[in-house]
Design a protein. Structure first.
Length: 667
């Protein structure tokens, strides 16, 4: 980067102790982040070049090379990204150059960085260790970790001491009471291992959190008050705590500086040959699928079963082929669900990224050899990108603009332009910040697909330029912190939302372990103790296990959060359209209504429902809260029930009072 006219290296060397306070990572048994301070000075302040908030990351709001930044030096990507890029190219994917938005009529990036920050594994896992220690301390656990391997066992012991919301410190109580679960109806396409899923296929779990570490895994700088106190040890301790000298949400500032993290899970159809969701999004064919569009190639090209001349796959063996339309339709539904959920929370600034288009698509060719063809894979990525733009146009821009000038004039006669825009309900956020990475062939391909999709959508909806903000090589957590900080953390607090690619079995996945060096889910939790502690409580475990169908809703309610249905979505497996399209359970034709009525008497596994008197819980179909004593149709083995609003009265004979009730607290 450049400070004034002076280029600064991507790494900042630690000066001698005589030069003042300096941040340094000490490797040791615990590998924790420590702040060294010299002899106390009369007044403490971080040197400008060493400020943890600015030493390795400075937002750049000007354009890409060719637009005034040709001489800017950047921060290189990690070894893992380069290795992933080589593997992607080795599979036959060409390394295309990043597409400049200005070249397709979109204007300049809202923010541009040459590359993502380089973070060493030592620093990454040191921050993880500090977060794990702080999380346990915030839960009231007096044990301290000697190594990261002890976190799971220590956290389990801490969970055993939680008997209810009152067992938690006041700050965590306030945070958990703000958690929202926007639940969708159960789908008819179960994936492998569905009994271990905690997060529903189209659910959005919204958790308030704040950033403790920036894009470079450096602590957020101390507040002005801590620095002005003249005590370098206290200020350094605040930075070491990763809290920037800011109290928790139970203090006088409340949720000032906090934002929403929206957990949503994309289908895993291509992480490996055992991808969890490929079976649900594929259909069996009698022979190996042929190359798309009749394309032919040599051995190892798209025509061969696995894209390899040495593949042992028998051409006569039944194969599975991706049902692309079904997959794209559900990705469209996920885009819309996340934007609608943010709109319900009154989020004005939504932050999204190429959701589910990394590891979950990378090796799709191993399951369906057609996608060894780079053209087929790129087409699929572009279709997913198009669905995001369609969702933004429908939910955030008020729909596509009239195609012709005559249509525009006719629309203007109906009502004045200002009132017309104001009258139009926009259930989504006011702005959508799309963070795109250009680190390797795969990420550049994603970048270009989204830029092309945005340009195509802009041609039919001019209002997209007022909503969409393209940001290149910008960290989502850093961006959320910066957006809130633009007004001092006041008016935009809890008005910014980050979309997180969640794991359906475990919120935050195994953030407390090694691995997943570049996964957005794990790295968000490693840099935010408030986010990590909420994940632990909502999981009520540190490992995936068999879950009841409404387990997550029960956990949210147990800790005082809110559970509500997420409407305004197209039916599962159908192409997304206007946000006003009916949901699956409402039906759109006589045939669908008849099918829905026929299925009222069975649970998702086909078991017959029987009369039951509930003692509390939530309907598995409409997600409505059921009061104690209400008559329902229930499946005891599956812990599944349907409320009276979802079935007719003649289907509800007199029910016997039951003992166990749906909606019990976490085990």
């Amino acid at each position: 980067r450049v400070v004034g006219d002076c280029p600064v290296s991507r790494f900042v060397s630690v000066p001698s102790r005589q030069d003042g306070a300096a941040a340094k990572i000490l490797s040791g048994k615990r590998q924790q982040l420590q702040i060294l301070s010299p002899t106390p000075a009369p007044a403490f302040a971080w040197p400008v070049a060493l400020s943890p908030a600015t030493a390795t990351y400075t937002p750049n709001v000007v354009g890409p090379p060719g637009g005034g930044n040709a001489g800017r030096t950047g921060k290189g990507g990690g070894k893992g990204r380069r290795q992933a890029g080589r593997e992607y190219r080795d599979d036959g994917h060409p390394a295309e150059p990043p597409l400049n938005p200005e070249d397709v009529g979109l204007g300049r990036y809202a923010e541009w960085q040459a590359s993502m920050p380089r973070v060493s594994d030592e620093l990454r896992y040191s921050v993880r260790n500090v977060t794990a220690d702080r999380l346990l301390e915030q839960l009231g656990c007096k044990e301290r970790l000697a190594s990261w391997e002890e976190f799971a066992a220590t956290a389990q012991r801490a969970l055993q001491n939680i008997k209810g919301l009152d067992s938690l410190p006041l700050a965590i109580q306030k945070q958990m009471q703000k958690v929202h679960l926007f639940a969708s109806e159960t789908t008819s396409q179960p994936a492998s291992g569905q009994e271990r899923y905690l997060l529903g296929q189209f659910d959005c779990l919204c958790v308030p959190a704040r950033a403790d570490y920036n894009a470079s895994f450096m602590p957020i700088a101390p507040t002005a008050g801590a620095a002005a106190a003249g005590d370098p040890l206290k200020a350094a301790a605040a930075v070491e705590a990763g809290q920037g000298g800011t109290p928790d949400c139970d203090g006088a500032s409340g949720f000032r500086g906090w934002f929403w993290v929206v957990h949503s899970a994309a289908p895993n159809i291509g992480e490996s040959e055992e991808a969890d969701d490929f079976g649900a999004y594929s259909e069996q064919v009698p022979a190996a699928p042929a190359a798309p569009s009749g394309a032919q190639g040599p051995a190892g090209a798209p025509g061969s079963p696995r894209g390899s001349p040495d593949s042992p796959t028998d051409a006569n063996q039944p194969q599975r082929r991706l049902h692309e339309d079904r997959y794209v339709a559900d990705m469209a539904r996920l885009w819309r669900a996340s934007l609608i959920a943010m709109g319900r929370l009154e989020v004005g600034e939504a932050i999204v990224f190429p959701f589910g288009m990394g590891a979950f698509l990378r090796h799709l060719g191993q399951n369906d050899s057609r996608y060894n063809d780079p053209r087929a894979m790129r087409k699929l990525r572009r279709r997913v990108a198009d669905e995001l733009m369609n969702a933004i146009v429908d939910l955030c821009c008020g729909g596509a603009a009239p195609a012709s000038r005559a249509a525009q004039r006719a629309a203007a006669k109906v009502q004045p332009p200002v009132k017309a825009v104001a009258a139009k309900a926009r259930p989504g956020p006011a702005h959508v910040h799309l963070c795109l990475v250009c680190a390797n062939a795969e990420s550049v391909e994603n970048h270009n697909c989204f830029v092309e999709a945005a340009a195509s959508a802009f041609r039919v909806c001019q209002g997209l330029s007022e909503v969409l903000r393209l940001r290149r090589n910008v960290d989502t957590l850093q961006l959320a912190h910066d957006l809130i900080g633009q007004d001092g953390g006041g008016e935009r607090s809890l008005k910014v939302g980050i979309l997180n690619g969640a794991n359906r079995e475990l919120v935050g996945n195994h953030w407390f372990e090694d691995g997943a060096r570049f996964a957005i889910d794990e790295n968000l939790h490693r840099r935010s103790a408030s986010l990590a502690r909420a994940a632990l409580l909502l999981n009520f475990d540190t490992e995936p296990r068999r879950r009841r169908p409404m387990q997550l809703a029960e956990n949210v309610r147990f800790f005082g959060g809110s559970v509500m249905p997420l409407g305004g979505l197209p039916a599962a497996g159908t192409r997304g359209g206007c946000c006003k399209r009916r949901s699956n359970r409402e039906g759109t034709s006589g045939q669908s209504k008849a099918k829905a009525k026929a299925n009222l008497g069975k649970c998702t596994k086909g078991h017959e429902l029987k009369p039951w008197k509930a003692t509390g819980g939530w309907c598995n179909r409409c997600k409505r809260e059921v009061k104690p004593g209400e008559q329902v149709m229930d499946c005891r083995p599956c812990d599944y029930f349907v409320c009276s609003a979802c079935t007719s009265q003649q289907d509800l004979p007199a029910a016997t009072a039951g003992a166990a009730a749906p909606g019990r607290p976490p085990p």
